[in-house]
Write a protein that binds this ligand. Structure first.
Ligand SMILES: Nc1ncnc2c1ncn2[C@@H]1O[C@H](COP(=O)(O)OP(=O)(O)O)[C@@H](O)[C@H]1O
Ligand SMILES: [Mg+2]
Length: 244
């Protein structure tokens, strides 16, 4: 299956939960981080910690630039980072940069967004538009392979895309979670599941907030990850179930 992982906000736990889900998944698996702002300058080029964390849980042998094709050094909104270096982002351009056959072939692949669901790319386009284009592209890939005599099970694994929503549990997250759910459904996306991830160690009435969310969210609940002293993929994985 192929998933797009979005969150209620930046720092909601998208990377931690993505890495944890990859750690749990079996078979050929790969995580992608198409757009990363906030990168280290290294001898090999720009490197982003989210992409490296996903890469560490992936096993399909992809190169760094295949996992993270678009990277900017400053940790600022990507379309602003892009304009600083005279690059214009577009929904189709991002798709062309990020699309990889592993998204179709993997037993379990996920794509971590950037920021929240409605991340601006500039010129009135959003990363959510790229996700919608990807849905269409997946259908085309499938029909192309479907017409081919070389049809194999491997190339037709992921014909659809679903979204996983990470709710960063902190004061204000109910509104963010509900608005994101509304936007996802209005955009015609299917939500494979949502995760309650306690980013705020001291969130008051966590149980009551969790209960309220469970009543209001329409997608399957994949688990509650408490605030972890050591937020590693392996530690978070124990609190999660993979989407069905
Ligand atoms: N459940 C948690 N317990 C402790 N720290 C967490 C938890 N979830 C996320 N964090 C920390 O919060 C920060 C933001 O999480 P991250 O997964 O990078 O968010 P995002 O990818 O949405 O920006 C990271 O430093 C991460 O280690
Ligand atoms: Mg991240």
């Amino acid at each position: 299956m192929l998933y797009f992982v979005t969150g209620t906000d930046t720092d909601s736990g998208k990377t931690l939960i993505s890495a944890a889900l990859l750690a749990k998944a079996q078979g050929h698996k790969c995580g992608f981080k198409p757009i990363a702002s906030g990168c280290d300058v290294t001898e090999d080029g720009l490197r982003n910690s989210d992409a490296l964390m996903l890469m560490a849980q992936s096993n399909m042998g992809l190169a760094y630039h295949e996992i993270n094709p678009i990277s900017f050094a400053p940790a600022i909104a990507p379309h602003i980072a892009a304009s600083q270096v005279n690059i214009a982002l577009s929904a189709q351009g991002v798709l062309d940069s990020m699309f990889h056959p592993a998204m179709v072939n993997a037993d379990f692949a996920l794509i971590e967004g950037a920021g929240g669901w409605r991340l601006p790319l500039g010129n009135g386009e959003y990363l959510s538009d790229t996700v919608k284009l990807l849905q269409t592209r997946l259908q085309q890939e499938t029909s192309t392979y479907g017409n081919s005599v070389q049809l194999t099970h491997a190339v037709t694994k992921n014909t659809t895309l679903e979204v996983i929503l990470v709710v960063g549990m902190k004061l204000g997250c109910l509104n963010h979670a509900l608005l994101t759910q509304e936007a996802l459904l209005a955009d015609g996306l299917s939500i494979a599941g949502w995760v309650a991830n306690q980013v705020d160690a001291d969130m008051a009435f966590i149980d009551d907030n969790l209960q309220s969310l469970q009543q209001m969210m329409q997608a399957p609940f994949l688990g509650y990850v408490p605030h972890l002293a050591n937020p590693s993929a392996e530690n978070a994985a124990g609190y999660l179930q993979l989407p069905q």
